[in-house]
Design a binder for this molecule. Structure first.
Ligand code: CP
Ligand code: NVA
Length: 330
């Protein structure tokens, strides 16, 4: 029997396939209930703190809506207005917030920060994205894949782009845990670290998953059930690297041709936000500077019926609700 009460949610490495399936099933049940107008507010009277050292739309809104739905209060601490890291250590912050809140979400930089927060808080801490991992995003993606295909096992998921950062790392872990066929399709220098690959190979032995790293986009996307990508430059990375990334990753842009190379039922996923056109400040600026009309994915693919990105975005809320409900013991 799975019991996650009191547990932090820092990376999927810490969770068994059975525990991950439990969270996905719980999310599906909470989603069904929400759609049917059946309230689940069994965490009434509790409070959560949401620390964001980087900006967010989906993750913040998901935590806030999910907390409210569960009957909880939510306090948002933005990148500038708290003392965290500047005037107060992570250890002290953890102890202060742990005394006032029943759970703490953290989005920021190094994974070691969220790990330290969890060591000292005395209440569950949830990783809302670090440089290394984005585990709540993985639950949303897995739920979306399950909804589209009715299963995870044996699904071939191809990640295109910078495969050694939070999204690439997290997909490899999630796929390895859940018995999926993971393909990182990227230039060699963007492959996930050998250490993480070795760790994931161990999970794969248990689950029947496979892990493939390839530079070849045709070989990589062949028979893909899921093709996914992410921005080429992540939050916190310097502007100077745009040129190099555009040069290196343009061959890995998700195009209609690559989608057509996938399986008959192939879907497209993207954690968002995405540069699929020039309708953003950065998109316009970079587009003009480098003569581009899109970046990691074409507008055509993004808007195609095979693109499930908005279903995926909605699932952030249902899955984050499941994480809070399970770890706080709703
Ligand atoms: N996918 C995701 O984490 O989105 P936000 O940065 O808007 O939270
Ligand atoms: N890799 C991206 C993910 C955003 C949700 C970033 O870290 O900015």
């Amino acid at each position: 029997m799975v019991d996650l009460r009191g547990r932090s949610f820092l990376t999927l490495k810490d969770f068994t396939p059975e525990e991950i399936s439990y969270l996905l099933d719980l999310a599906a049940e909470l989603k069904r209930k929400k759609k049917a107008g059946i309230p689940v507010d069994s965490l009434r009277g509790r409070n959560v703190a949401l620390i964001f050292e980087k900006t967010s739309t989906r993750t913040r809104c998901s935590f806030e809506v999910a907390a409210h739905d569960l009957g909880m209060g939510a306090t948002y601490l933005d990148p500038k207005s708290s003392q965290i890291g500047k005037k107060e250590s992570i250890e002290d912050t953890a102890k202060v917030l742990g005394g006032m809140f029943e759970g703490i979400e953290y989005r920021g930089y190094g994974q070691e920060i969220v790990e330290e927060l969890a060591r000292h808080a005395g209440v569950p801490v949830w990783n809302g994205l670090t440089n290394e991992y984005h585990p709540t995003q993985m639950l949303a993606d897995m739920l979306t894949i399950q909804e589209c295909f009715g299963r995870l096992k044996g699904i071939r998921l191809v990640y295109m782009g910078d495969a050694r950062y939070n999204m690439g790392n997290s997909y490899m872990i999630a796929c390895a845990k859940m018995g999926m066929d993971f393909v990182a399709c990227a230039p060699k220098k963007y492959f996930p670290s050998e250490e993480l690959v070795a760790e994931c190979q161990e999970y794969a032995k248990e689950s029947g998953a496979t892990i493939t790293l390839t530079e070849d986009v045709i070989e990589g996307t062949k028979n893909a059930d899921v093709i996914c990508t992410d921005v080429w430059v992540s939050m916190g990375e310097p502007d100077e690297i745009w040129e190099e990334r555009i040069h290196d990753l343009t061959p890995y842009k998700v195009t209609k041709e690559l989608m057509d190379n996938g399986s008959e039922d192939v879907i497209f996923l993207h954690c968002l936000p995405s540069f699929h056109d020039l309708k953003t400040q950065i998109g316009e600026e970079i587009g003009k500077r480098f003569g581009l009309i899109d970046m990691e994915v074409t507008d055509e693919v993004f808007r195609d019926s095979r693109s499930k990105v908005f279903q995926e975005a909605e699932n952030r809320m249902h899955t984050i609700k499941a994480v809070m409900a399970a770890t706080l013991g709703a």
